[in-house]
Design a protein around this ligand. Structure first.
Ligand SMILES: [Zn+2]
Length: 364
């Protein structure tokens, strides 16, 4: 019997509304959505059985595949799936040969897109207890939203009809920690972590006394917010879908120890960011794309102080996640329907992917 809590519409609405639980707010100010039902329970995801019982398998097959869900319903599914996972009641739905055949024949209609960290302890489908074809996942060190990550999300939202976009950070993130500590990084890693530096700098400005674990925890949250702001301010596809209500962008932080997700809701400055217009060209100047034109203006959240190729990471000054872009509207310059380019993007070995691999290797 599942102990997953059914989340009612009011709570889902609360999660999707602008939240006061962003970077800078102490963690005790946040009430996890599942706290009421499981306040005294602390399960580890180690308890997850690798083999579902007959009853859970039946339940999995009984659950209808998700296609083009409303963002609120999609979020409800993720919350329920995470509840199953964290309490050791995963159903491993739609992970069988029938689902493979179905998605091969019909194609994919993932109901949610997730930008998560490459950390091996954050397996996205597993922690949401979802199956093949359910989630459109981007994994990159520090869950940053650079050019390639934004392009991938645009493919999910614009081409596959995905309505919910989740930026998922996690506790003890090595990429974020490296920036908070000003750690020496090499090769393409410096390029990648420059996307994180503005978030860390914002936290330090808000809370100059923050150190150690507290600084890392706040920075993880701010970094989620940073990626959400980048998606909203640099992607016409995402901004248009959010404005119309067809899509939602929400954030969360996954707890490596408990398996729970602290949902953060929408970006608190979302309306201001959307009102500022989209600077599509800015996405091409983020440091995830070292080949970007040097003649273009820096991205609104770009780390000005970070070294280009190696050295110590120095957070930028004056750019915060809540700072709406003031760049001129450049949507007309972006060819939204150029899915051939995006398709190619999905298949190439991108700079950010190379940096992720290097980062993992050097942190060993
Ligand atoms: Zn991480």
């Amino acid at each position: 019997m599942s102990c997953a809590v059914k989340i009612g519409a009011p709570l889902i609405s609360a999660l999707l509304l602008t939240s006061a639980t962003w970077a800078g707010a102490p963690s005790h100010d946040i009430a996890p959505p599942h706290a009421a039902g499981h306040a005294a329970v602390s399960h580890s995801h180690d308890e997850v059985s690798p083999t579902p019982s007959d009853s859970s398998a039946d339940a999995a097959h009984a659950e209808a595949p998700a296609v083009n869900l409303d963002p609120r319903e999609a979020l409800s599914r993720l919350i329920d799936g995470n509840d199953r996972f964290r309490y050791g009641e995963s159903r491993f739905p739609r992970f069988d040969s029938a689902r493979r055949s179905e998605t091969f024949a019909v194609g994919q209609k993932p109901f949610a897109a997730v930008i998560g960290c490459a950390d091996s302890r954050v397996p996205i489908e597993a922690i949401f207890d979802q199956g093949i074809g359910d989630l459109f996942v981007v994994r990159v060190a520090g869950n940053v939203a650079g050019t390639n990550e934004i392009g991938t999300i645009e493919y999910g939202v614009g081409h596959l009809g995905t309505g919910l976009i989740v930026v998922l950070g996690h506790t003890k993130c090595g990429a974020v920690t490296a920036v908070t500590e000003g750690a020496a990084v090499h090769g393409h890693i410096a390029t990648l972590v420059e996307n994180i530096a503005p978030a860390v700098q914002t936290v330090k400005q808000r809370d100059p006394e923050a150190r150690g674990a507290r600084l890392i925890r706040l920075s993880v949250r701010a970094n989620v917010q940073q990626s959400m702001a980048d998606l909203l301010s640099k992607s016409e596809t995402v901004a248009t879908a959010v404005k119309s209500g067809r899509a939602k962008v929400v954030g969360g932080v996954y707890d490596l120890q408990t398996g729970a997700i602290e949902w953060l809701g929408e970006h608190p400055g979302q309306d201001a960011i959307l009102a500022g217009g989209v600077d599509a060209s800015a996405a091409h100047t983020t440091h995830s794309d070292p080949k970007g034109s040097p003649t273009k203006k820096p991205a609104p959240h770009q780390a000005e102080g970070a070294s280009k190729h190696g050295g110590t990471v120095k957070p930028a000054q004056g750019h915060g996640p809540t700072t709406p872009t003031t760049q001129p509207h450049a949507a007309a310059k972006q060819k939204q329907d150029n899915w051939l380019v995006l398709g190619g993007l999905l298949g190439i070995s991108a700079a950010s992917s190379v940096a992720t691999i290097h980062f993992v290797y050097n942190r060993r």
